[in-house]
Ligand binder design. Structure first.
Ligand SMILES: [Fe+2]
Ligand SMILES: [Fe+2]
Length: 173
């Protein structure tokens, strides 16, 4: 049973937020590709796939309760790229924002003793920690390498090797 209107509304909004994240990361990849950084672009294209997967998980969760998902328009990415560093920092900032969204749903679900939703969200709570750690590591590495002659090239080569793997999580096995 999923009956609390506020929790349902937040879950509905999270579907859109995850697809927005995908769109934001595609906007990063878009700029990076044109700037001749296919490895960085590859990294964010895979990030976008992950975000789409997250959005589909929230859809699956609502569907498992027979709830029709709202699919309002996805906003245009609200970010003007300046350089690589601005992208990496925006990536971390955005993940911190998404963490706050997830925690807020968790808080509301807990308040109404909706333990099924908190249980489902546990995966996302952990996932957000990972997302923030990865985003911070990218910044740290970039700051170390950016001033060395071929540092950005080396980092781009490394990021080119990232491959998409569907995360091991599903709403109903
Ligand atoms: Fe996500
Ligand atoms: Fe994310």
């Amino acid at each position: 049973m999923l009956t609390n209107e506020k929790v349902i509304k937040l879950l509905q909004e999270q579907v859109n937020a995850e697809f927005y994240s995908a769109y934001l990361y595609l906007s990063f990849a878009n700029w990076l590709e044109v700037e001749g950084l296919p490895g960085f672009a590859n990294f964010y294209k895979i990030q976008a796939k992950e975000e789409q997967f997250h959005g589909e998980l929230f859809m699956d969760y609502l569907h498992a309760h027979g709830i029709l998902v709202d699919l309002p328009a996805i906003d245009a990415p609200d970010f003007k790229v300046k350089d690589i560093e601005s992208i990496l920092r925006e990536g971390l900032k955005h993940e911190q924002h998404v963490t706050a969204l997830i925690h807020n749903i968790y808080k509301e679900a807990l308040a109404v003793h909706d333990f099924r939703t908190t249980e489902m969200l546990n995966w996302f709570v952990k996932e957000q920690l990972e997302e923030e750690v990865v985003a911070q590591e990218l910044i740290d590495k970039f700051m170390l390498l950016k001033d060395s002659g071929n540092g950005i090239y080396i980092m781009d080569q490394e990021l080119a090797s990232r491959e998409w793997e569907e995360p091991e999580f599903s709403i109903v096995d």
